[in-house]
Structures are given as structure tokens and as C-alpha cells.
Design a binder for this molecule. Structure first.
Ligand code: ADP
Ligand code: MG
Ligand code: MG
Length: 201
């Protein structure tokens, strides 16, 4: 079984930061339809801080990479997505513990506890048209392969289009949130695409 070390996690989050930077305008455009048009800017700021911190003081375990990144997101992103993604990464990092190398199965298990923590913090469930609609399926897909995790996240993000938002700002729109893709589910798909790319590189 292949194992992944600290450097892999750093490369993942650095690739995620690049993807968020590249797609920031699209994320903001999605958020302008059913939110307040800041999702791209929020994540761009947060992930720029993450990659800067990881480059400056590289943590020494995979778990510490994720907890450090999560802390950065919480402290630099003002919107709802900061604490939510921050909690995802922090809880996932804690679940990985002090291991120097982790398997894909361990990463999937750890991410599953991170996703549960996001649901607990924000009170959202599958089908509420949030990032959880991409994150949940992505983690299940990841148990099979990095590519399956990526595909499931993308499908999950697309599947938010016909849903009515029940959490977050988009829920204020009620029925008018139907017909738009959720910004947070879309950024979650970017994270799992970056993970697959990092694994394939
Ligand atoms: P804000 O809504 O505060 O401006 P962002 O625009 O950065 O924050 O993030 C919006 C995204 O956050 C939404 O598209 C949704 O995916 C996610 N989100 C909002 N509220 C919740 C929640 N309670 N649970 C899970 N995800 C949520
Ligand atoms: Mg917003
Ligand atoms: Mg906002």
C-alpha cells in the first residue's frame, strides 16, 4: 500500500491554493447569484495565507500540515467558509495524529471525521445545498481512489444546482436558490481535483 508523507500534504494544499486563485472569479460569480459575491475572494485570501505559512514554517507531520492550514483559514477568512473549511482541515489533521506517513484509507477516514465536524458546526446535512454535498461523496469516493474522490466531488457540486438551499446565506433566497450551483460545493470540488492531481504528479 502506498503511503503519503508531509511533503505530499504540503503539495496538495499548495495546488489547492493555486486552483482557488485561478478559479476565484468563477467562485465569486456563483456566490453573486445566491450569496454576497465574496466566496472567491474569501478563499483566495485564506489559501494564500495557507501556502505562505506552509512554505515559511513547514510542519513535520501530515496531520500538522492540515491543522496548521485549518488554523490559517479560520484566522484569515471572514465568511462562513473560513471556519467551515478551517474545521474540516483541523479535524482531519487531528484525526491523522502524529503518523509520519499515511495511507489513502487513513486520509479518507480522517477526512470523514472532518466532514462530520463541518456538519456539526454548521448544522447542515446532505441535500442542504452546501459544501457538504461535494465533501461527503468525495470522501466516499476517495476510499476507492483519488480519481473517484475527484469525480464524486464534481458530481456532488453539479447535483447542487436543482437543490433549494437550507443553510447559509443562499437559504435566505428560498425557492430562488434553485437552479444555481453552490459556491462552496464548487470550491470543495477544486480541493479534491487538486488532491487527485497531486497524487498523479
Ligand atoms: P459567506 O456566505 O459568509 O459570504 P462564503 O461565501 O465564503 O461565506 O461561503 C459560502 C459557502 O459556504 C456556501 O456556498 C456553502 O457551501 C457554505 N456554507 C454556508 N453555510 C454553511 C453551513 N451551515 N454548512 C455547510 N456549508 C455552509
Ligand atoms: Mg459569500
Ligand atoms: Mg460573505
Amino acid at each position: 500500500t502506498e503511503t503519503y508523507g508531509t511533503d505530499f500534504l504540503v503539495r496538495w494544499l499548495t495546488a489547492a491554493a493555486e486552483a482557488v486563485d485561478r478559479e476565484a472569479d468563477r467562485l465569486t460569480e456563483l456566490d453573486s447569484a445566491i450569496g454576497d459575491a465574496d466566496h472567491g475572494a474569501n478563499l483566495k485570501r485564506g489559501f494564500a495565507a495557507v501556502s505562505e505559512t506552509l512554505a515559511k514554517e513547514p510542519p513535520t507531520t501530515p496531520g500538522a500540515v492540515l491543522t496548521t492550514a485549518g488554523r490559517q483559514l479560520i484566522s484569515t477568512v471572514g465568511g462562513a467558509s473560513g471556519p467551515l473549511y478551517g474545521t474540516l482541515l483541523r479535524r482531519t489533521g487531528k484525526a491523522l495524529g502524529d503518523d509520519e506517513r499515511v495511507t489513502r484509507a487513513q486520509l479518507a477516514d480522517a477526512l470523514a471525521s472532518g466532514v462530520a465536524a463541518v456538519s456539526q458546526l454548521g448544522g447542515a446535512q446532505a441535500g442542504d445545498k452546501t459544501m457538504l454535498d461535494a465533501l461527503g461523496p468525495a470522501v466516499e469516493g476517495l476510499r476507492e481512489s483519488f480519481a473517484a474522490g475527484r469525480a464524486a466531488a464534481e458530481e456532488g457540486a453539479l447535483a447542487t444546482v436543482p437543490l433549494r438551499a437550507r443553510k447559509g446565506r443562499a437559504s435566505y433566497l428560498g425557492e430562488r436558490s434553485v437552479g444555481h450551483q453552490d459556491p462552496g460545493a464548487t470550491s470543495s470540488a477544486l480541493l479534491f481535483a487538486a488532491l487527485d492531481e497531486t497524487a498523479g504528479a
